[in-house]
Design a protein around this ligand. Structure first.
Ligand code: FES
Length: 164
């Protein structure tokens, strides 16, 4: 199905244009807007963004491949990224990750298989992340745009229960 921005996102996009020297430079914020609206960047969304920015679709595809925050397959309403880099590993992020897996009865998604880490109700997708730049409050995770620090299984329960 063809994609196009909602009125609101179209206005947001129009506001972005004058802030950048060339249209192509608006790629990242445009993709963020598109992903927020569509849930993920499907081929139709890719084409739409390429058309808006007047660039070849391959340019959009290159950006998507480079940045892990964009998804090309459907993901859950809440995307959980548990940091597993060394400082978080030393703070027992494995315990946190295992707890989430058990609680949601899911696995960790693979880059090429997001469905593997997505709950059947489409609510959560679980991913491992590289350092989230909050090592002093490890272990940490992000749920969509929100950072959660000093995690314990108990804290995780509270967070996930509040989203369920
Ligand atoms: S290692 Fe986890 S936030 Fe830096």
């Amino acid at each position: 199905m063809p994609f196009e921005f909602s009125e609101e996102n179209r206005r947001e996009f129009e506001k972005l244009i004058p802030r950048y020297p060339v249209k192509e430079a608006v790629m990242l914020p445009t993709l963020h807007l598109a992903q927020r609206q569509a849930g993920y960047i499907s081929p139709e969304v890719m084409e739409y963004v390429a058309g808006l920015l007047e660039v070849p679709v391959m340019k959009v595809k290159d950006v998507l491949t480079f940045y892990p925050m964009f998804f090309e397959e459907p993901v859950g309403k809440y995307v959980i990224r548990v940091c597993h880099t060394l400082p978080c590993a030393l703070a027992d992020c494995k315990l946190v990750l295992e707890h989430i897996k058990q609680k949601l009865n899911t696995d960790v998604a693979a880059e090429t298989d997001l469905a593997k880490g997505t709950t059947p109700d489409g609510k959560f997708t679980l991913l491992k992340a590289e350092c989230l730049a909050s090592c002093d409050v490890a272990p940490v995770m992000m749920v969509n745009d929100d950072l959660y620090k000093n995690l314990t299984p108990q804290k995780v329960d509270e967070i996930l229960d509040s989203l369920a």
